[in-house]
Ligand binder design. Structure first.
Ligand SMILES: Nc1nc2c(c(=O)[nH]1)N[C@@H](CNc1ccc(C(=O)N[C@@H](CCC(=O)N[C@@H](CCC(=O)N[C@@H](CCC(=O)O)C(=O)O)C(=O)O)C(=O)O)cc1)CN2
Ligand code: MET
Ligand SMILES: [Zn+2]
Length: 767
């Protein structure tokens, strides 16, 4: 048996890459500095894996920003608008594609970004044109292989497979099918494989996670065609086919018939695959199997006893020398090292494993399964004990919370009146103008604000002074919003480290890491709270800051809450009860908060649910079950509000077209959604479905430092006006402004208000 992993975190143990990139973008450091930081991270990752005993170590799993963007560069898939950027400076071209570029000479928009399958990781969406040509442009995959060799590590390069690459991308014009680009694409892959083979590469990992989706027959055929072509040209190359995040499902027979060396199984998401393999007659006895036993998506320890049972079962059919012990997917989605954590209580810490511990688990499972090394037996006992005491632990269970969830009835999920009635009452009480302007919640989280928080945490800034600083920041933001003429204000979320972590910190049932960072997109990281037990609210979570902000102004200030599905989705969640049950527990805590905000005079409450789409199961036949409990959880939290209280929700970074009916069932009075990068394309769904409630389609792409011009905003709003009743349209950015600087934020918001006022006047003149 051999060990492998599918990929490793790359932001660095102390987020070195994040810091290095941000410094470089700010013009404070050189390209050489950035490249050196990257080299050190890669070297540490490789040597660490080697030392722990991983037999096949990945390379090209590193990325400065995103692995799909890397693949675009590798394949010369560079949209036309970037051609004017100097192609000799690859890194700058690369970052321009990721982030857009705006200076005195150049103004190009960034490429779109969307969620990587059902994760909170975002990838850059490849753009395709009809007859698109490709070329072997960036040599990153070659360079990284050589780089690892120079440290004495012979790696398994990872590459996104051709069909998955095409399926992840977007057709930028009509009249063709992106899958037809395979003919142009494959020769470039051949060139890459040729060069890798010449360097002596033995294994190559083809990431083909589209096999976890419902794909068309055409896509299936394209996959078969691809691997046949590759194996004919490169018969000696050992292809490690990596599907993850779900079963092969109805792609299983296809996968079993591919001429690949190894088939990887994600046994965490789909343990039943073992039986599929055991019972099929299609199994090619030459095929090796990679057992993805160690969870790459969550932070709980493995259950060695269960893993060994699976191995016992599979060895009845496949000999041990044809098996890999592996992680279920790349470890990109978990933090680096539990050993850095000094503040997690020991009874919980013993249940946790971060990337470093997962490497150790993979190696331990191999030795335990082969019984070749007695040194590992004590680990088995330790693991068994930890799993037993977790199943019995008193700190997990709270009967009051369980009773409240068990007693939920349909009445918890409905507002008192229909939308039309509520709309009329809200119109009367809020008196908002046509095309009301608002923002999504957060204002820039400056270095200063973050440093106050850090100092406060370290005890260097008193709570009194920390609160005083935050209060001042809120007041400044209220004055700014009044000054530029926004209609519905926000307090700015300065007191929050993150929209999920902040809530987790204030609820029972969660613990926190100090260094548990995971990449979300580019240099942006999150520290997902660890939800280990029954969830309940100790005390009001946001009432104090919201009411303070409201006390400063006669204009309505939105209360700002994170919804139950998003808190669930962006936490590391317990795996001992259904997610739906956990979600209802969170929903009740948020419901209590909505009631308290309302009771304290807050007239508009936004419950953010940006993660509702990403939580959707990968296969369609499981969608409805998920949507039923997820939408219901949102409604449990919102429906306590009286008719006059306007409930907003917000969503971003997803395609909502396919779940629009369920979004409508959430029955929020207003939904603000991200639409600007896709030029309002997203609105089609809302229009086709005749979405009944009010909508704020985003007109400011907040993930780029670019300032949208008045003309751009006007074009977007005119598109919205063509298809939506004007009484239903709100004017707002795509998402919160926490990642932006004040300078660009101010100009952008002024432009936004300017356009809204212009449209208002035009409408008045028409009337
Ligand atoms: N959980 C989550 N998922 C999400 C989003 C989100 O907002 N939250 N938004 C969407 C896009 N994803 C995003 C993910 C992260 C960030 C983001 O801004 N992250 C920050 C970290 C936020 C945070 O936790 N900040 C802490 C700690 C900040 C920190 O690094 N402090 C420094 C000190 C201060 C400094 O020098 O900056 C340190 O500890 O060394 C705080 O403010 O308290 C970052 O990477 O920079 C934005 C969007 C989708 N998924
Ligand atoms: C990722 S959605 C963010 C919503 C949040 N209210 C904010 O403005 O930051
Ligand atoms: Zn958002």
């Amino acid at each position: 048996m051999k060990t492998t992993i599918l990929g490793y975190p790359r932001i660095g143990k102390t987020r070195e890459l994040k810091k290095a990139c941000e410094q470089y973008w700010a013009g404070k450091t050189t390209e050489t500095d950035l490249i050196n930081t990257a080299s050190n991270i890669k070297k540490d990752n490789w040597l660490n894996q080697q030392q722990i005993g991983i037999d096949s170590i990945p390379s090209n799993d590193f990325s400065f920003y995103d692995q799909v963007l890397d693949t675009c560069l590798t394949l010369g898939c560079i949209p036309e608008r970037f051609k004017k950027i100097n192609h000799n400076n690859l890194l700058n071209l690369y970052f321009a594609m990721a982030r857009g570029l705006q200076n005195d000479h150049i103004d190009v928009t960034a490429m779109e970004m969307t969620k990587w399958f059902d994760t909170n990781y975002h990838y850059i969406v490849p753009e395709f044109e009809k007859n698109q040509s490709f070329s072997f442009f960036s040599k990153k995959i070659i360079d990284e292989y050589k780089e690892a060799l120079s440290h004495g590590v012979k790696t398994k390069p990872v590459i996104i497979a051709p069909v998955t690459f095409l399926l992840l991308g977007k057709e930028k014009e009509t009249g063709f099918d992106k899958l037809d680009l395979l003919e142009n694409l494959l020769p470039v892959y051949f060139e890459i494989l040729d060069e890798l083979s010449k360097l002596g590469v033995e294994y190559i990992q083809f990431d083909e996670p589209c096999l976890a989706l419902d794909i068309t027959t055409k896509a299936q055929d394209a996959i078969t065609y691809t691997y046949k072509a590759i194996s004919e040209k490169f018969p000696h190359l050992k292809i490690f086919l990596a599907n993850y995040f779900d079963c092969y499902g109805n792609n299983l027979n296809l996968a079993l018939n591919l001429p690949v060396h190894t088939l990887h199984l994600d046994l965490v998401r789909c343990s039943l695959q073992i039986d599929d393999i055991l019972h099929t007659e299609n199994f090619n006895p030459k095929t090796h199997i990679s057992l993805g036993l160690v969870d790459g998506r969550n932070i709980w320890i493995n259950n060695f006893e269960d893993s060994l049972k699976i191995i016992d079962k599979i060895t009845t059919k496949i000999p041990a020398d044809k098996l890999w012990i592996a992680t279920s997917c790349s470890l990109l989605h978990v933090p680096y090292d539990l050993n850095s954590e000094k503040n997690i209580q020991p009874d919980i810490k013993q249940w946790l494993a971060f990337a470093q511990q997962k490497l150790e688990e993979v190696v331990a499972i191999k030795h335990l399964a082969s019984a070749d090394n007695n040194d590992f037996v004590y680990l088995f006992e330790e693991n068994k004990l930890a799993n037993i005491n977790k199943s019995k632990s008193k700190i997990i269970h709270n009967s009051n919370v369980k009773n409240r969830v068990n007693n939920l009835s349909a009445s918890y999920s409905e507002r008192n009146s229909t939308f039309k009635i509520r709309q009329a009452k809200q119109k009367h009480s809020l008196k908002l103008p046509l095309f009301p302007t608002t923002t999504i919640g957060s204002f820039p989280q400056t270095k200063e604000v973050r440093n106050w928080r850090l100092q406060h945490k370290k005890g260097q800034l008193s709570t009194e002074n920390y609160n005083k600083n935050i209060a001042e920041e809120i007041e400044k933001s209220i004055r700014f919003q009044e000054h530029i003429g926004l209609d519905v204000l926000v307090h700015g979320e300065f007191e929050r480290n993150d929209m999920v972590e902040y809530f987790g910190e204030r609820l029972n049932g969660f613990v926190f890491s100090d260094f548990g960072w995971v990449q979300s997109y580019g240099s942006r990281c999150v520290k997902p709270p660890i939800l280990f037990g029954d969830v309940s609210r100790k005390e009001p979570l946001t009432v104090a800051w919201s009411t303070y902000a409201q006390s400063l102004t006669p204009l309505p200030v939105k209360g700002m809450l994170t919804g139950p599905v998003t808190i669930l989705q962006w936490s590391f969640v317990r795996n001992d009860q259904p997610r739906a049950t956990t979600c209802n527990q969170i929903a009740l805590a948020i419901r209590d908060e909505v009631a308290d905000l309302e009771a304290n005079g807050i007239k508009i409450i936004q419950i953010d649910e940006p993660a509702i789409r990403e939580g959707l199961p990968l296969r369609k036949n499981e969608w409805q079950h998920y949507l039923n409990w997820a939408i219901n959880a949102f409604k449990i939290s919102a429906s306590v509000a009286k008719d006059e209280t306007q409930i907003h929700t917000h969503m971003c970074y997803s395609e909502f077209n396919d779940i629009i009916e369920d979004i409508a069932k959430m029955d929020a009075d207003v939904i603000t959604i991200e639409t600007s990068r896709s030029e309002m394309e997203l609105l089609d769904a809302f229009v086709n479905f005749k979405y009944p409630n009010e909508i704020g389609p985003g007109v400011y792409d907040i993930h780029s430092p670019r300032v949208p011009t008045v003309t751009e905003i006007e074009i977007l709003l005119n598109k919205a006006k063509e298809v939506l009743p004007k009484e239903h349209i709100w004017v707002n950015p795509d998402c919160g402004l926490k990642t932006r600087h004040w300078l660009e934020t101010k100009t952008a918001l002024k432009n936004l208000v300017f356009v809204a006022k212009k449209l208002r006047e035009e409408a008045l003149q028409l009337a």
